[in-house]
Design a protein around this ligand. Structure first.
Ligand code: ARG
Length: 601
């Protein structure tokens, strides 16, 4: 931990525990504080005496009592008690809690602890050209963006790459389909192919809606008609061999679809540092294959070129990675392998995290093993952060009412629409709280922020590898474990603070007394540890669980401890400062989830 940063409350207590264990001549590995299992008895507890009992041949309570006697000398604790078989229950002193809250209030990033910076490449999004983003991309974008924010907040150099699916047979299918329909386009007539790197503006009579219609038609035609399939393969091969007209067309198609996909990225506020794709690494492939063959890593098998990746320790069969088929077409795994090579040269990451559907786990295992065997991945940690499916009410992967693949933009507008209904219902006062009238355009912005928060929170609060049911009605509710609930908690604190300011009250020195104040300070103090754990486990759900708990903790504080009506000026000033702290931690936590907080709701 860099010295410039304040130690977290828990690490301070761990330090005191270690010193006490050491002073008693005990090993310090188990000198750790954990949250109290019964908050009415202990803020934190240390169970470290129990595992020592056996090796030392002493009763655990006796060891605990000895440590407790040392701890009592510190003014960090209001009380230290041995309970049960040898737990040490710790109640922190009001002074320490106040100090901790003040320090967190002054800390940047609400106290998140910086790590030794690593270069981390995040591969997420991954849409294919000519296909609009669909439900399958939601989790990759939402989880990927949250991980990007969490890792960046820890001081890492996170670099995001969308890794477009912009190469291969799908492009040939599309090109041959377009050629059938518009054979006179200049890119198809050898003498007319325009000079320059791109087709002249406006020369392609197609937009994203057309592409999105054309592609499935082309794919369906190829499936039933071998002649069409042969045409598509031919076009793919020609494109890959550098056919100028096709290259111009391909580039234009890529641009049209990326422009449309970017609108969805913007809606979700998913940020990409790099917009690279499969096509970018194709030039590396022939050399890579030659090198792997020369070194005996790639071998012939049944007419194809493969890399064996099985290990003796494998419990399940591990098929070899298919590097090249006899027809020489670019393969998914080959491209991913070349992409590792490219990224190592370009960005020298220390870790590459792939936020991709769990169903691709085998693919990534093969690619990672092959990369290690080939020596492409020295000094880089390759991680597949897989995720489960977004499901419909039937528990199966989500489909539209017509049984098709649901488009991401439609899912989002659905949730935004439901959020609008909620916002309007609250304004009318049907809900728990009525609010002041909101101007129409503000209502629009609000519906958007609430709808997106609803979708993101529902997604991120589910453990990554589990699936969940996409249920907009439940997601947008202001009650229960939802994004809007947490967002609202944050907004409400903002309005309390505005009210205070209007009445001339300011935040001041923090004093911690009432149980709900203690609980709130302790909950806020946990934030840095939660973020560190979420980062280590690549698990934004830990942050989602945390902000929900903190919102509840604030709500109890606000019920039990009057702020504006506090019994004295000093208490009011302290509670205002606690409110500022809670708001800051909540807003930062939500920001790590990619959730923005409106000014009012
Ligand atoms: N385009 C791929 C798909 O649609 C996802 C890409 C994921 N990233 C990767 N490096 N393979 O399944």
């Amino acid at each position: 931990m860099p010295d410039s940063q304040e130690p977290t409350l828990v690490s301070r207590i761990d330090g005191l525990l270690e010193a006490a264990f050491r002073a008693c001549g005990l090993p310090t590995e188990t000198a750790r504080a954990v949250p109290g299992t019964r908050p009415e008895l202990a803020d934190l507890q240390c169970n470290g005496a129990l595992p020592l009992a056996k090796s030392l041949g002493r009763p655990p309570r006796e060891i605990a009592a000895e440590v407790a006697a040392r701890l009592k000398e510190s003014d960090a604790f209001a009380s230290v008690e041995v309970a049960g078989p040898g737990f040490i229950n710790l109640r922190l002193s009001a002074g320490l809690l106040a100090q901790s809250a003040e320090a967190q209030l002054a800390a940047e990033g609400a106290g998140i602890v910086h790590q030794t910076p690593q270069r981390i490449l995040l591969d997420f999004g991954g849409p294919n050209v000519a296909k609009p983003l669909h439900v399958g991309h939601l989790r990759s974008l939402v989880i990927g963006e949250s991980l990007r924010r969490i890792l960046s907040a820890q001081g890492h150099h996170a670099l995001s790459d969308v890794h477009l699916g912009d190469w291969g047979l799908q492009m040939g299918m599309l090109i041959s389909e377009i050629r059938r329909r518009w054979p006179d386009l200049p890119c198809f007539v050898p003498d007319d192919v325009p000079p320059g790197p791109s087709l002249p503006e406006g020369s392609l009579p197609l937009d994203m809606d057309d592409l999105q219609r054309l592609y499935p038609e082309a794919a369906a035609a190829c499936k039933v008609d071998p002649e069409r399939m042969a045409e598509a393969r031919e076009a793919t091969a020609a494109l890959q061999a550098g056919h100028r007209g096709y290259t111009l067309l391909w580039r234009a198609l890529r641009t049209i679809s990326l422009d449309a996909q970017r609108r969805d990225f913007d809606t979700l506020e998913a940020h990409f540092d790099l917009l690279l794709g499969e096509s970018d690494v194709q030039p590396l492939i022939p050399g890579m294959i030659a090198d792997l063959t020369a070194r005996g890593i790639a071998v012939e098998s049944e007419g194809a070129l493969v890399i064996e990746v099985a290990r003796n320790s494998d419990a399940k069969p591990m098929p070899p990675l298919l590097l090249a088929k006899s027809d020489g077409a670019a393969l998914y795994a080959t491209t991913d392998l070349a992409t590792i090579l490219d990224r190592m040269r370009r960005d020298a990451p220390e870790r590459i995290v792939y936020v991709v559907d769990q169903r691709q786990a085998l693919h990534f295992e093969q690619v990672f093993r092959a990369a290690h065997r080939a020596g492409f991945a020295d000094g880089v940690d390759l991680v597949h952060a897989g995720f489960g499916t977004v499901n419909g009410p039937d528990g199966k992967p989500y489909k539209t009412r017509e049984g098709g693949v649901a488009q991401l933009a439609d899912l989002l507008s659905d949730a935004i629409e439901k959020a609008r209904e909620q916002v309007e219902a609250r304004e009318r006062g049907d809900g728990e709280q009525a609010s002041d009238p909101i101007a129409a355009e503000d209502r629009e912005t609000l519906a958007r922020l609430v709808g997106l928060a609803a979708v993101k929170f529902a997604d991120l609060s589910t453990y990554r590898t589990s699936g969940y049911v996409f249920d907009p009605d439940r997601m947008v509710s202001f009650l229960g474990r939802t994004g809007p609930y947490v967002q609202y908690a944050c907004v409400r604190i903002g309005s309390i603070l505005r009210n205070a300011e209007a009445q001339g009250y300011a935040a001041g020195a923090i004093a911690v007394d009432a149980p709900a104040e203690r609980a709130l300070v302790l909950e806020c103090a946990r934030f840095p540890e939660v973020v560190a754990s979420a980062a280590a486990n690549l698990a934004p759900n830990e942050v989602a669980d945390y902000v929900f708990g903190l919102a509840q903790s604030f709500s109890r504080f606000y019920t039990d401890c009057p702020v504006l009506q506090a019994e004295s000026d000093a208490v009011r000033a302290s509670r205002l400062a606690l409110s500022v702290l809670a708001r800051r931690v909540l807003a930062k936590g939500l920001d790590l989830l990619g959730i923005a907080v409106p000014d009012r709701m």
